[in-house]
Design a protein. Structure first.
Lengths: 292, 424, 298
């Protein structure tokens, strides 16, 4: 435990010296921090761990409260893959989440950029109005939405699942906040160089803001992968359903096979986890911009 | 002619599906689609029925979709009917009996009357009554929710009780038996979930009562059976015989793990209990106890569902013919699903079949199906009305107070007030 | 960003950037919302609706379930949001110390809960909160309780369980916002304060909190909206009943039940939705007001 100096960590001056050797108070406080964080980390990871234990146990053992790894992993996996058309269902979930995430990032970041860079009274009012709309529960809009998609003959299509999510007010808000941190000199310089606005967006803004995009990717992907209510209503046939819907149905069977279900939930959690691990370093940086 | 259009339509649908993943997969006319909510029970049962029909009519297939839970199916159906859209709705949907009237009355014209083409007298009358509206019956009854008292014969024996001690008893007597069992064996009598009114409804129906009068108005404050039921319900708690549980997993866990001694429940639980093969011979089934009041019998119902045909179906003729030939006439089929799936159908003639007469070693070699059939015939018919879900919610709101010995009349009044609000 | 008046071309460019989003929002949000606003003046069941003026608003005031749902939603809001925001701040400040070991590990661990799928999360939590579940076993082993708590069989503990579950799920999410903002603060200010002998708690109170205020406001607004729309946990943990005894029923769950579980009374459920909108509007306004007040004092 060394006392860091600016040189030790590079360019950023680090001055938080919460622990100086020999100071018992600081020592105690440092110990407290570790204890607190360890408890929090343990509690956060525990349900994950529990889920993985469950995936290796037979249903009857899970109900009896068995709390350690068992030998039923292969059996659970076999049941899962025979009962669920996994390639198809995961493809559906993946296709919907990837396409929806890509479209959301494009459309919502364009709007965030537009609201921040080109301020006008009318657009400010529109923005304030949109923020208020953020609070409307989705259940209140579902029936009219369904009427629309049914008239457009789009019921039971991926398009119907994706379209209502791509203009996300939350993500527009997020990009607008992030854009506030975008250095205006860059844009001015680009303008002097004769770049058009769309070129500035594409060749200057986008690369600079890539960590913001990374953060938004995790949030949006997570939301779409786990989306439940609207896909439930608008997807009709088994072969079009997503893993979230299928798992939910499995849990409400008369005699649910909990081992198999927990195996499924472990699988269903993996894609979001992988994306988080890949992007998490950028994620912290990305949020930086948004909340400045 | 019909076949031609159907074929061209299915080719078109296949072509569209092939072109793009974003395309509607329309059900073709030679295909009967069905929504059910449990793969192993009603799903496989329907698949079997479909296989029988397809064997006789090779041009018709039955596609069973069990990829949604019952709550999900209700939400989907209600959204679509509200939106006035029939896109992607199946030909047949399974609906639980106690909410059938809600759909029939809220969405007139959405379901196809079946009593003109299928003889409803062939089914248990209380099932037919649940789906009869304006003089027409709209369902082909599927499984019965006839109730029984499933209990651990080994625990009861240890406490000094025989099967005869559980025949034709009242719930109050069961409280006494439960107290002895707890003293002698340490096992609680049963497990209950305060978010579920199943036991109260079962008790009330055994006296031929429900939440509503004939004209649909609320029948709460003057409902002696309901009052007796909640009073009896509270007795189990006050005698400290209840393991409190929440949710299906915990509920089934308590009796399949051998923790509690008994479970009063609909016959459809049989498969869940029998899933634990190591408990074979340790279980028995007694008739459900009755309320300690005049008019209450040792038979009741919990759950149970029926097949409904949607009017939007583009192949009603085949759909109705399918339900008629397999579900309303084929006695052998009912034997088969009883043996394989533990599904007790509601076709009266099926009771005379071999499977129904067989005994079951799991339940100590008793002729359990015969018994259930007998009780099935004794279930009092009630009118489930259109607001059962609302009143259930109102009853649930009072349960924690009731089990702590709260005033019953005040609770009934509160149920009445809340339900009145919800029904406007 | 003080800007000169936009010229005509810039105006057009501005609209062009937001046009795709506005068109989509107009189609998939504004239209359904206007429709639901119109519905809130309709009374009746199913498809049988008629204009009822303010009848639905009158009905709200007499509806015991609505009043309970409103009360519960507020209870969740008042207890859960401060606990979660406080914990998230605490973790963020602790993790911001660059001399701390295993920072990445702690950060990932605490963030994990919010990437869990809802199904996994509710399945696991239900089994953990069962009467014989691991939580009761742990509490009994630690001699905190003598007999198992029936978490979802008791109106009080059911609320506690819900609050624990939401806090578990979203604390890490909020923490990330603070962590990011903390890294943005000029550390020389801390150093100066430390050298001047300002104690840690005072540095936290008078340096960290004021500098994080915009983020705290942002997360509070987002959490307020999230809590007032609380649905997932209560629906999944109580089989959609909001029980026991309506002790966990929320406005969103009530809307869902009015629309899908009960005889569909769409006009009334739309009215309840608008109650949420009005509440969020008022609360957000108050939160902005409080944030502004503090600035004047400090």
């Amino acid at each position: 435990m060394t006392v860091s100096t600016a040189d030790a960590v590079g360019t950023r001056p680090v001055v938080v010296r919460s622990y100086v050797p020999g100071n018992p108070w600081a020592l105690a406080r440092r110990a407290l921090v570790y204890v607190l964080l360890s408890i929090a980390a343990f509690l956060s990871v525990f349900p994950f761990f529990w889920m993985m234990i469950g995936a290796t146990n037979a249903s009857a053992d899970i109900i009896k409260g068995k709390a350690w790894f068992g030998g039923a992993l292969v059996a659970n996996a076999t049941t899962f893959f025979t009962q669920v058309d996994a390639p198809r269902i995961f493809f559906n979930s993946g296709f919907i989440a990837v396409v929806a995430t890509a479209l959301t990032l494009i459309i919502s970041s364009l709007a965030g950029y537009g609201f921040e860079m080109f301020r006008s009274k009318v657009r400010e009012r529109i923005f304030a109005f949109l923020l208020l709309l953020l609070s409307i529960p989705f259940a209140a809009m579902m029936v009219p939405l369904f009427v629309m998609f049914s008239q457009a003959k789009l019921v039971n299509t991926f398009a119907a699942v994706i379209l209502p999510t791509v203009a996300s007010i939350f993500i527009i808000f997020y990009f607008r906040q992030a854009t506030k941190a975008f250095p205006s000199e860059l844009r001015d310089a680009a303008k002097i160089d004769g770049l058009k606005e769309w070129q500035i967006f594409l060749f200057v803004y986008l690369p600079v803001m890539r960590s913001t995009y990374a953060a938004a990717t995790i949030i949006v992907f997570m939301g779409n992968w786990n989306n439940y209510l609207w896909p439930l209503i608008v997807l009709q046939t088994a072969e079009n359903k997503t893993i979230t819907l299928i798992l939910s149905a499995l849990t409400s069977a008369y005699t649910p096979d909990y081992g198999m279900i927990l195996f499924g939930t472990v699988l269903a959690t993996l894609p979001t986890l992988v994306i988080f691990f890949l992007l998490q370093r950028r994620f912290v940086e990305g949020m930086l911009g948004a909340v400045k | 002619m019909i076949r031609n259009t159907s074929r061209s339509r299915s080719i078109l649908a296949m072509a569209l599906a092939g072109i793009s993943l974003l395309t509607v997969t329309a059900a073709s006319a030679g295909d009967i689609s069905v929504w059910v909510w449990d793969k192993a029970f009603n799903g496989d049962t329907m698949r079997e029925a479909g296989a029988i029909y397809t064997a006789a009519h090779p041009d018709v297939t039955v596609t069973v979709d069990d990829s949604a839970s019952q709550d999900d199916i209700r939400a989907k159906l209600q959204t679509q009917l509200l939106a006035g859209s029939t896109d992607g709705l199946p030909d047949i949907v399974l609906i639980q009996d106690d909410i059938a009237q809600k759909y029939l009355q809220s969405f007139p014209g959405a379901f196809e009357p079946l009593s003109d083409s299928i003889d409803m007298a062939a089914f248990a009358p209380y099932k037919v009554a649940a789906a009869t509206y304006d003089g027409k019956s709209y369902s082909v009854p599927f499984d019965s929710g006839v109730t029984g008292l499933f209990y651990r014969s080994d625990y009861l024996e240890e406490a000094g009780f025989t099967a005869a001690d559980l025949e034709n008893i009242t719930w109050d007597r069961l409280v006494e038996i439960g107290t002895t069992v707890k003293e002698k064996t340490g096992h609680l009598l049963l497990d209950l979930d305060l978010n579920d009114t199943g036991l109260i409804r079962m008790m009330m129906q055994s006296a031929g009562e429900w939440y509503f009068n004939e004209d649909g108005s609320l029948h709460i404050t003057d409902n002696a059976a309901l009052k007796k039921a909640i009073e009896t319900y509270a007795k189990f708690y006050q005698a400290d015989l209840v393991k409190p549980v929440s949710g299906w997993a915990e509920y089934t866990g308590a009796f399949t793990s051998g923790e509690v001694a008994a479970v009063p429940v609909g016959v459809w639980i049989t498969a869940t209990i029998k899933a634990n093969a190591d408990q074979s011979g340790l279980w028995a089934i007694a008739p459900i106890p009755r309320l300690d009041m005049e008019g209450s019998v040792n038979a009741s119902n919990q759950g149970g569902s029926s097949w409904f045909v949607l009017s939007s179906s583009d192949n009603k003729e085949e759909t109705i013919d399918f339900l008629k030939t397999v579900w309303a006439e084929n006695v052998d089929f009912y034997q088969d699903i009883l043996i394989k799936r533990g599904a007790v159908g509601s076709l009266l003639a099926a009771r005379e079949g071999e499977a129904f007469k067989a005994s079951d070693e799991f339940f100590g070699g008793a002729p359990v199906w015969q018994n259930f059939s007998t009780w099935l015939g004794q279930i009092p018919s009630v009118d489930y009305g259109t607001f059962t879900a609302e009143v259930d919610a109102a009853v649930q709101a009072q349960l924690p107070g009731i089990i702590q010995g709260g005033d019953l009349d005040a609770a009934l009044q509160a149920i009445n007030d809340q339900a009145t609000q919800q029904m406007q | 960003m003080a800007q000169a008046r936009l010229d005509r071309r810039e105006q057009i460019t501005g609209w062009a950037f937001i046009a795709p989003a506005l068109i989509l929002l107009g189609l998939f949000m504004i239209y359904p919302i206007v429709w639901s606003l119109w519905m809130s003046f309709q009374v009746g069941k199913g498809m049988n609706l008629s204009f009822g003026g303010f009848a639905n608003i009158v009905r709200l005031t007499k509806d015991p379930v609505f009043i309970r749902a409103l009360g519960n939603t507020f209870t969740f809001f008042i207890f859960q949001v401060p606990i979660m925001i406080g914990l998230a701040l605490l973790f963020a400040v602790a993790l911001n110390d660059s001399t701390l070991r295993f920072r990445g590990l702690f950060r990932t661990a605490i963030f994990l809960p919010c990437v869990t799928s809802l199904i996994a999360y509710s399945t696991v939590f239900k089994s953990m909160f069962a009467t014989d579940g691991i939580i009761n076993q742990a509490l009994m082993a630690l001699h905190v309780i003598a007999s198992p708590i029936s978490w979802f069989g008791d109106p009080f503990w059911a609320k506690v369980a819900i609050i624990i579950a939401i806090t578990w799920r979203w604390t890490g999410y909020n923490m990330i916002f603070y962590l990011a903002a903390l890294q943005n603060i000029d550390r020389s200010i801390y150093e100066a304060a430390r050298i001047d002998g300002v104690p840690a708690w005072a540095r936290f109170r008078y340096l960290t909190i004021p500098m994080l205020k915009p983020v705290i406001l942002f997360t509070t607004v987002i959490s307020t909206i999230g809590t007032l729309q609380l649905f997932d946990e209560v629906a999944n943990f109580t089989a959609g009943t909001g029980g026991p005894s309506d002790s966990t029923v929320t406005l969103s769950l009530y809307i869902y039940n009015l629309t899908f579980k009960f005889m569909p009374s769409f006009g009334y459920s739309a009215t309840v939705s608008w109650v949420i909108v009005v509440l969020v509007g008022i609360l957000t306004f108050l939160q902005f007001l409080i944030a502004r007040d503090r600035r004047i004092k400090s």
